[in-house]
Design a binder for this molecule. Sequence first.
Ligand SMILES: N[C@@H](CCC(=O)N[C@@H](CS)C(=O)NCC(=O)O)C(=O)O
Length: 242
Amino acid sequence: MNNSTKDIHLYTASTMNGWKPVIFLEEAGVEYDLTHIDFSKKEQKDPEYMKLNPNGRIPTIVDRSNDDFAVFESGAILWYLAEKYGKFLPEDPKLRSETLQWVMFQMGGIGPMMGQAMYFQRIAAKQGEEHPFPIKRYVDESRRLMEVLNTRLEGRTYLVNDEFTIADIAIYPWARAYYWANVSVEGLSHLQEWFDRIDAREATQRALTIPKAFPAFFGKGDVVAQERENADRFKSDVKNIK
Ligand SMILES: N[C@@H](CCC(=O)N[C@@H](CS)C(=O)NCC(=O)O)C(=O)O
């Protein structure tokens, strides 16, 4: 399934995790080949694809210049790309560790919590599965994580060393989609200023349209239609438990 000609072949879709490597590659000005994985066709579970990503999810990269080395898990992909291209990762060991800490904070905290807040409200509830208790748990925990970010960003332009790093790349698509998770960022002025700063980065904003834009995640465009489209991608989840 790898017919690429550039070093990096990216398999992804328009989701918060899916956009992370796109943001890196667009910000770094690296050319890459792209395959859009279609969830409605369950392409992420295709046995050929799962040879690259045993988790059957997106994103995945294959580095043709490194014996077709495959990398899955979006945090590990960002780390791989940062090391390969020498970008968005400080040289200093302490700053590298700080960057990794914030990437892990996203991978272990923001992603799972906001992901479930989104899933229960935007997918399960739309398929007739209404569960207020887990929704409250995930929304409250996500708000707490937004407060942690806000505290970190006080007096800083970016999360680590006032430079744009893979920590910002990992966290931005998730935190910026607070609307989709119904998580309030009210009163979190440092976080909002950081949003403004990254909202103004042309390459990052271009990345959020690749493979396609999904403005509803950010409270824009036809939210109702996109919510339906998003829920339909996971129609079989609900059928499976009935
Ligand atoms: N920890 C993984 C999570 C990957 C993940 O959950 N990807 C979602 C999209 S954001 C996916 O592929 N969903 C399709 C599915 O659940 O089958 C990573 O960060 O790469």
